[in-house]
Design a protein around this ligand. Sequence first.
Ligand code: TA6
Length: 299
Amino acid sequence: MSNVNELNSKFGVPGVVTIDEGKGGLTRVRVTAPAAEAEIYLHGAHVTHYKPQGQKPVLFMSAESLFDPAKAIRGGVPVIFPWFGPNANDPKAPQHGFARTTVWPIRSVSTSDHGVVITLGLASSDATRKVWPHEFEATFTVSVGKALEMSMDVVNKSTREIFFEEALHTYLAVGDIRRTTIDGLAGRTFIDKVDNKARKTQPPGAFTLSGETDRVYLNTPDTVTVDDAANSRRLVVSKTGSASTVVWNPWTDKAKAMSDFGDDEWPHMLCVETANAGDNVLTLAAGAKHVMTATVAVG
Ligand code: TA6
């Protein structure tokens, strides 16, 4: 794998894009553009920081997160692929797939008035075939500008159709989840993972969480608006090519149970995840490509 100096000479843009050794010695791309700053680790193609100029950081990062090649980073935007949650066929396989604990090489870096665009790639390998016997080419594109725009493109390089789930597992930073409302999911069916996976319908209007919440909303192309009263700002998560939206906050007990998450961090985060999961598992024909995008912006 290229070292940091080689990567900088190949992809660095003086004063705008720098590749360095981040936490845990993991390779990190640092972006300082006029509109925003961001950080992306090659480990998991993981966006760990996004801060529009003049704003507080938009993404939550746990102070307890590990930066360990064998573990997922806790916070930012974990890239979930090719399954969501446990692997139904292999209980020993890593939760949420292997993409978030695999190094994604940089494919390209470009700058424009719109912002900085970084593309990373992940292709099937002996390691991936061991847990998922299919040929694929994934490309993750991050555009750092007035909004954070991400695109997860998957090409089926196999000779037969493949089935997969995916998610951009976005951890939003909020001032206080107990004073935060979520709007855009009214009327949608969701799987309630804190109530025996019961299927329920989201009532009309915006809602506020009052306890551990873990919901997979199905068949929803909707934009979600998060009104963060404590920070007097709105965060807007819009998407294309995604039929599922996952809403998660661990609350007190689950927070205590996670060693890479501070006991007192749960009020300051809300996952609004852009996904294709559960009933919305994707079928991709041989040679075909699927594109899922998520845009996170301060409203
Ligand atoms: O997206 C919500 C969820 O599936 C929750 O069930 C919880 O497990 C969360 O993901 C975090 O999972 P992780 O494997 O990153 O600890």
